[in-house]
Design a protein. Structure first.
Ligand SMILES: NC(=O)c1ccc[n+]([C@@H]2O[C@H](COP(=O)([O-])OP(=O)(O)OC[C@H]3O[C@@H](n4cnc5c(N)ncnc54)[C@H](O)[C@@H]3O)[C@@H](O)[C@H]2O)c1
Ligand SMILES: [Zn+2]
Length: 362
């Protein structure tokens, strides 16, 4: 078992990474006998893990309830959020209630936002069940929902009281979703850690066969990297933006496709290649590193081009609305070398269009 503490003064919390986390009620669960929890999950995860976790908590003296939401990114919406509020209000849940998000990033983000806003804020625990949520979405307190006009446009910063990562749950994840998590992992390495990038080049095949020690190392490294950023910049006013590498382009893909077809990680993978090509056009990156990135993404089963039906004009429409853009100016996180990125302000729109076309025609 590995434990990483996110140090944020009063809002500090542990991330626990272990096998068999649903088997024993260990001290890693920050719950006491008599606590009331509502497990929030979806109709894909519920049949596999809900009863196991609920039974464990009930056996340990926790008063449990559950809410099963429809699966899918398109349900990270105001309508679904309201379903959570209605459930909590109908059953008179008070401010001592603890929500548990059991699922991927969608369940984590919406449950976290419900916890941030229900009766002005209640506690919640993240139990991420996708690789993507384990290495990224469950950590750092960004919570929220999508709007038809833009992804993650409504939300709040609200830290969980713990993140409980069970490696066993990755065995039921589809290959497409596993790859999606690899996109964020590769993002961390490009943005922050060149030796981790080299480690990924040598250990990707182990990760793909779910070799447990490699998974443990990889997930722990990502959690450490994310912890190192959010403890300096919890509210994304500075250095935290490096974690958005590929995201301004990727969010455009997700929004354009209506949060369906392409997974978040697939969109980010194509977005990373677009950021790489923008950096190449700005002469701030070298071709051999660009090739290494393209090869690693491809080996991870990820796309290195955007969807065929999207034109560069489509991207720019959404990119100008991105939270990092101010008055239509494009401010982009771009790589300088593997392990280093910087935000480039007011990038020329024409150059961005050409880099998107470079990516899609390569
Ligand atoms: N808050 C943050 O800091 C942050 C960071 C990155 C991404 N995100 C958000 O996370 C979301 C993407 O998360 P995601 O990739 O986990 O998507 P997801 O939550 O939609 O999960 C992907 C699919 O896998 C299924 N699933 C989950 N766990 C499973 C398991 N163990 N076995 C089988 N199937 C399982 C889900 O039901 C879903 O169908 C996006 O909305 C993105 O914006 C948030
Ligand atoms: Zn992401």
């Amino acid at each position: 078992m590995e434990k990483i503490i996110i140090k944020l003064q009063k809002r500090s919390y542990p991330i626990i990474i272990a096998d068999k986390l649903f088997n024993d009620f260990s001290p890693c669960w920050p719950l006491n006998i008599g606590d009331k929890v509502v497990l929030i999950t979806n109709d894909r995860v519920a049949p596999i893990y809900l009863n196991i976790l609920r039974n464990l908590l009930t056996r340990s003296g926790i008063v449990t309830d559950q809410l099963i939401l429809p699966d899918g990114e398109q349900n990270k919406s105001l309508i679904t959020l309201n379903t959570i509020f209605t459930k909590l209000l109908k059953k008179n849940y008070d401010r001592s209630t603890i929500l548990i998000a059991l699922g991927g990033g969608v369940i984590g983000d919406i449950t976290g936002f419900a916890a941030a806003t229900y009766q002005r804020g209640i506690r919640f625990i993240q139990v991420p069940t996708t690789l993507l949520a384990q290495v990224d979405a469950s950590i750092g307190g960004k919570t929220g929902i999508n709007h038809i006009l833009g992804k993650n446009m409504i939300g709040a910063f609200h830290q969980p009281i713990a993140v409980a990562i069970n490696l066993d749950v990755l065995h039921t994840l589809s290959m497409k979703e596993f790859s999606s998590g690899l996109a964020e992992i590769i993002k961390y390495a490009i943005a922050l850690d060149s030796s981790f990038f080299s480690w990924l080049e040598s250990h990707l095949d182990d990760l793909l066969i779910l070799h447990s020690p490699s998974l443990m190392y990889c997930i722990r490294r990502c959690c450490e990297l994310k912890a190192s950023i959010i403890t300096i910049d919890e509210r994304d006013q500075g250095i935290r933006s490096v974690l958005n590498l590929g995201h301004t382009y990727g969010h455009a893909i997700e929004s354009y496709l209506g949060y369906s077809q392409w997974s978040h990680g697939e969109s980010i993978a194509a977005g990373i290649m677009m950021a790489v090509n923008t950096a190449l056009r700005l002469n701030q990156f070298n071709c051999s590193d660009a090739k290494r990135i393209k090869l690693l993404l491809t080996r991870a089963g990820l796309p290195v081009r955007g969807p065929k039906e999207m034109t560069s004009k489509n991207y720019l429409e959404y990119m100008k609305r991105d939270k990092k853009s101010i008055s239509g100016q494009l401010n982009l996180v771009l790589p300088i070398s593997i392990g280093n990125v910087k935000t480039v302000f007011n990038v020329n729109h024409e150059l961005v269009s050409l880099s998107i076309e470079d990516t899609n025609s390569s």
